[in-house]
Design a protein around this ligand. Structure first.
Ligand SMILES: [Zn+2]
Length: 251
């Protein structure tokens, strides 16, 4: 077994909720925390401070401890600073989970955390976002980060997210916004697709009309330029994504 697969492999006992622990990954994180000890950078997901963020081949600056990316640090910062996250009992659905956000949610006792993915071993349940095996109005909160651009029938997926969200609840649904008007890969030449979409598994490039799509699925949408409230020095210290507005979707 190669090292990557070993690190992703669930080893050990789950926490009683079906979410596996990753002792090898956690041991490596402890080691990186020692190497990168310092106080110049601060991760909003795990709350720890470091001398530097890690450089990654995807041009993102990852947290030495929890490996969070800029957009997840921005999300955790938003949830912590601007919402009632953690102050009341809520159920949260995380679509296509990441380790850092799973750990962030687990740190709040009153958050019932449920994660799904079509195949990821990190996910608690495997299911298709276009056909969710949940009752209507099951969740108070939904987080769906950079998933919809991979789904062939995006409206079906969005309508499913709307269906399982409780009335009065809200979701944050993010995609890369690349252009003015959303375009399908099938409408682009190979050269255009390479230039606009960049990644082979992105089925479309979303534009600023993404909010309209969310509204068609049923949501009331507010586009929040949350990152704009931070100074350049704070953006560097907290390693936040400067490019993403947050799409807050209420039901
Ligand atoms: Zn972190």
């Amino acid at each position: 077994m190669n090292l990557g697969r070993l690190l992703r492999r669930p080893i050990g006992i789950d926490n009683g909720e079906g979410a596996p622990r990753y002792p090898v990954k956690e041991a490596l994180a402890r080691m990186r925390c020692i190497i990168y000890r310092g106080d110049k950078r601060e991760c909003s997901c795990c709350g720890r401070a470091f001398s530097l963020f890690l450089f990654s081949p995807y041009m993102t600056a990852r947290c030495p401890n929890c490996l969070s990316m800029e957009r997840y640090r921005l999300l955790c910062r938003y949830l912590r600073d601007e919402t009632d996250f953690g102050s009341e009992e809520i159920s949260l659905l995380d679509v296509a989970p990441t380790w850092e956000f799973q750990e962030f949610c687990r740190s709040y006792e009153n958050v019932e955390y449920v994660s799904i993915d079509i195949a990821s071993p990190l996910a608690m349940l495997h299911m298709d976002i276009r056909d969710l095996d949940f009752d209507d109005s099951r969740f108070d909160r939904i987080i769906c980060y950079h998933v919809i651009e991979h789904i062939d029938d995006d409206m079906k997926a969005l309508r499913e997210l709307y269906r399982v969200l409780k009335p009065g609840g809200w979701a944050i649904i993010q995609v890369p916004i690349l252009i003015d008007k959303t375009v399908e890969r099938s409408e682009l030449t190979e050269e255009e697709a390479e230039e606009i979409l960049k990644y082979e598994d992105h089925l479309r490039g979303y534009g600023r009309d993404f909010a309209d799509l969310l509204e068609t699925a049923g949501f009331d949408v507010e586009v929040l330029p949350f990152v704009k409230r931070f100074t350049p020095e704070e953006i560097e210290r907290y390693g936040l994504d400067e490019t993403e507005d947050l799409y807050l979707c209420r039901k």
